[in-house]
Design a protein around this ligand. Sequence first.
Ligand code: ATP
Length: 254
Amino acid sequence: MRLKSLHIHGFKSFAKKADLTFNTAITGVVGPNGSGKSNVVEAFRFVLGEQSLKSMRGKKGEDMIFNGGKDLTRANRASVRVVFDNGLTDINGEYKRLFDSYSFDEVVVERAVNRDGSNEYLINGSACRLKDIQELLSEANIGGSGHHIISQGEADRLLSSSNKERKEMIEDALGLKIHQYKKEESEKRLMKTKEHMKEVESLRRELAPHLRFLKKQVEKLEKAKEVRQQLTELYREYFAYEKVILDGEIADIE
Ligand code: ATP
């Protein structure tokens, strides 16, 4: 996976728009204490859909927005945009893209938060849901709160993590997340289908007496139709016979 650039605007200490371009495999961000290095890492977490504000040293969505500085007024919106290189890459003789479902050479993921706490998510400039971003990232094995981002003090966490947490990290690294996610989705759909089946079954039970009544009505109507036809035939025969008699009588009178 290769990151092309990161664009931060109004996020934490980034009052003005900051564009960070990553032209090399390894990039170091240097600066004095409190200059915003960790905020860059948190901008990554944020744009990748992180929902834990605590992991971004905040309590509410508003804490992610620039809160005003020396000569600058506070911002109303924080936005972070990350550009992934999605060009075809030779992987063991096979040309593949980072995000298989996108045939563009770049995939842009964007997230913004407003002062009212509402979030906006975009993929390649089109508004989408958080779920779509999570799905997209898991396709490329990128976890928002996964082990890919090791923040200050987190090395300790890796070493002292429980077996369960370690299992999750390994599963994440193996790319099982997308399958787990799909499994959960399928299970949810299965549950819904079962519920629908139950509803249909109870409706069928409810409708059964009415259906029996309607069936009887149909049978009666068919029988009536048949009798009506027979009656018409008999009338025809009767009147033909009558006509012959009447014609005879008319002839006699004349
Ligand atoms: P260190 O090297 O000490 O870890 P750092 O370079 O990683 O520091 P950060 O922790 O990223 O620095 O940045 C902290 C700075 O960001 C602080 O000066 C803090 O006031 C500022 N900051 C954080 N949130 C906001 C916000 N919402 N609005 C304005 N400034 C903010």
